[in-house]
Design a protein around this ligand. Sequence first.
Ligand code: HEC
Ligand code: HEC
Length: 323
Amino acid sequence: MSRFVTFLKWFFTVLTLLVGGFFIFVFARQHKTYDAPYPDITASTDSAVIARGEYLVFGPGHCSGCHSPLEYQARIAAGERLPLQGGFRFPLPIGDLYSPNITPDSTGIGKMTDKDIARALRFGVGYDGRPLIDFMPFHNLSDDDLQAVISYLRTMTPVRKEQPAMSRNLLGKIIWALAIEPVGPEEGVDIPKSVTPDTTAVYGEYLANYVANCRGCHTERDLKTGAYIGEFYSGGFAMPSSLQPGKAVVSPNLTPDSETGKIAGWTREMFINRIRQGRAIEISEMPWDQFKVMSDNDLKAIYAYLQTLKPVKKANGPTIIDL
Ligand code: HEC
Ligand code: HEC
């Protein structure tokens, strides 16, 4: 009996130490920081560079869809160039994440150098060293496009508005400590100095993977860590709706599979017309308002690229589901 009591004492002491140690580890890691190289990029005041940046920010790069509050989305969709003051809330299983203010005020990118912004977008490391949750697919953006985007951001009217930091729940704190790391450029893919916009599948691939993030949404991912768990472009990623709590919107399969591919059988004209029509499902997470103003050439290029994908047979069920 007394041996058993001694065992229990030891057992619980060790257990307490392990659990306590784990939580000390988790809490100590809440302010972990990372390092990454600073890309050699400086904003330009050249009007052609700024114009390219403006097109990317309000078009294919869809920064405006995320870095503006919900109540401004209708005006942005109507073509107004509102300064991007952030404040869009993303309800994630690990806590609420808000998009920050990216106007040149000190509550926004005023506190960052051009190289801080370039490093954040390319290497997923925030200006303060924190790992950024991988919402932005711009790691392989060309040097010139990265410069264009930053050049345009610097011309926006500064708005004074501090957006809330991420509120991590207990699961969020544990996952943050163990699994959240900066995501950088794709391995084995060279980052171009510049790209020439044309209608080829090569340019379409650049847009779809590294600018418009078609791939990031049209591939199944682990919602807790962001990791890809499905075959690229086969859809089935259920995104919790930021507009209607409790519902998720599921992305369709964009590969040219004749049975389950959503756009299999669509001509190029049908594809372009569909994107131009814009949002059909009110609570869809897809940034239709930004994509519908993409140039004809950009949409042709994306269509050409999607046609080159390997067909993947994957039916993804209904588009709107309960969580
Ligand atoms: C899908 C939504 C989304 C899109 C699109 C998006 N952002 Fe973000 N952005 C976020 C979120 C969310 C954060 C906060 C991430 C975090 O703190 O982990 C963020 C953070 C940032 C930051 C702050 C980095 C830091 O050091 O703290 C900058 C700068 C930024 N975004 C610029 C841009 C630009 C420029 C674009 C377009 C080229 C863009 N974003 C497109 C959601 C988005
Ligand atoms: C932020 C996530 C997100 C991004 C980025 C995104 N999509 Fe989607 N997409 C969705 C979701 C969710 C749906 C299903 C709801 C809907 O139809 O709006 C969808 C639907 C579609 C549809 C089917 C529309 C229909 O009529 O049924 C097409 C085509 C499409 N996306 C193409 C694209 C292309 C091309 C890109 C890149 C230029 C892209 N998507 C980027 C999330 C996204």
